[in-house]
Ligand binder design. Structure first.
Ligand SMILES: *Cc1c(COP(=O)(O)O)cnc(C)c1O
Length: 227
């Protein structure tokens, strides 16, 4: 568990260095600790180091840990594929969903979000050219998709997310992130008032920060390789 503390401290200082290197305002790159496949104890170790934002990809696995940890100071982000029959539990137990890529799913999250809770924070997941997975909407449908989400009373559209293919080449890594940033600016020209670019993982966080990421989603660099 000491390794988690050391990794987190190292990661935070690397993020600060990158903010400086790429002319980012200090403190504007948020760190989401991605804890799919990790135990509740590993999460607790990160909480002890002051980490408050956690990302999970699979609902059932996430619920076990959320119910064990039961800490109102923790913010849970859902970052995995959203199945229709899981929307109620996601809307009830998470504060953010980064992986919205179907309007039907957005509608269900909106219907299921409990009235007493603040709006559910939403990122639209985009499939930028060369995406490894098939998830994410095609950019041609983005404007319409964003406008529809903005009409939903219990959702708050915060930004965009992407999960590009992994490239070794730094300049090649930057391209999809630059593209996502361009779409972000386009929507803000439409007065969407987005403040979130959810992009960058362990292997491409520097490229993402260079291109304006406001949330990097990091698992491996904190908790080690997943088995
Ligand atoms: C697993 C995962 C991450 C974290 O990846 P690492 O390489 O472990 O940093 C980030 N985003 C999503 C959507 C993931 O599923």
């Amino acid at each position: 568990m000491e390794i988690i503390a050391a990794n987190l401290a190292g990661l935070r200082s690397r993020i600060s260095e990158m903010e400086l290197r790429y002319d980012r305002i200090p403190g504007t790159v948020g760190l989401l600790a991605v804890t799919k496949t990790r135990t509740a104890n590993e999460i607790l170790a990160a909480i002890e180091c002051g980490q408050r934002e956690f990302g999970e990809s699979y609902l059932q696995e996430a619920m076990e840990k959320i119910n064990l940890i039961r800490d109102p100071g923790i913010t849970w982000h859902f970052i995995g594929p959203v199945q229709s029959n899981k929307t109620r539990a996601i809307a009830e137990n998470f504060s953010w969903v980064h992986s919205v890529d179907r309007i039907k799913i957005a509608r269900r999250l909106n219907e299921m979000r409990p009235a007493g809770q603040p709006p559910l924070n939403i990122c639209i997941q985009l499939n930028i050219s060369g995406e490894a997975t098939k998830t994410g909407i095609h950019p041609s449908g983005l404007r319409e998709f964003a406008a529809a989400v903005r009409e939903m009373e219990h959702l708050r559209l915060r930004g965009l997310m992407t999960m590009p293919e992994l490239f070794d080449n730094f300049e090649r890594q930057r391209r999809p992130f630059q593209e996502l940033h361009d779409y972000f600016l386009m929507l803000n020209d439409d007065d969407c008032q987005l403040d979130t670019l959810s992009m960058g993982t362990t292997y491409d966080m520097e490229a993402a920060i260079a291109e304006g990421s406001t949330i990097v989603r990091i698992g491996t660099a904190i908790f080690g390789p997943r088995s």
